[in-house]
Design a protein around this ligand. Sequence first.
Ligand code: ADP
Length: 250
Amino acid sequence: MSVIIEAKNISVNYGSSEVLKNISFGIEKGDFVGLAGSNGAGKTTLVKALLGLLPLTTGEIELFGENEERFNDWQKIGYLPQKFSTINALFPATVEEVIALGLLSTKKFPKRITATDRKKARALMAELGITEQAKKMLSELSGGQQQKVLLGRALISEPEVLIFDEPSTALDPNSRDAFFKLLQTLNQEKGITIILITHDTGYIGKYANKLLYIDRELIYFGKFSEFCADHKMKSYFGEHEQHIICHQHN
Ligand code: ADP
């Protein structure tokens, strides 16, 4: 498998405070990575660094084999926030339009939604099970449906990587399960690489194949199966916590 996102000894500072310390890992095409760590561990900072939004103090990031500073295929990488911002949720556009708007960033002038774009949006809505919501406004949808619209808006430009910021915080347990199953299908059937920030270490192993656990520095990166058998992790987390992280994984 080829490494498509590689962090090489990266550090990030906010002022004089070092938030990420000397972190290295390589994410392969087709991975489903759970990015975990306690509050303030640096998960969001790491994602921002991967998206090229923050300068590195040391080290480098390679995206699809290219140094991030020279990389310009950003449509290959989709980022999904936890939910639509209140302003976006009130934006007077239908679900179908919001999904089609995901194509605008990939377009050169003239930036306009065509009939082909709408057709593409409709095919995606069918795949995501939200066809019946096509003509509704975002504000009329449940949290789970809005999450699928965010997903549709990201998928329409056919990214190879999707990065999620804690998608489960906006969802009840049933919608969360359904949503994660959907991500698993996208991962397995379309080979989309997924990185998902989560605080829910006891749960994500059901879906993710790899765990990236940080506490400002890298605590663990690798397969869940190997995490479970790792004695160093047993002494770091304690047997009980390690078991909680592992027991969902099979
Ligand atoms: P997590 O996502 O794991 O909760 P963050 O990456 O948001 O962690 O934050 C890591 C640390 O960096 C925290 O101590 C946070 O207070 C600090 N931090 C985050 N963003 C900024 C910023 N823009 N300026 C200064 N400190 C920040």
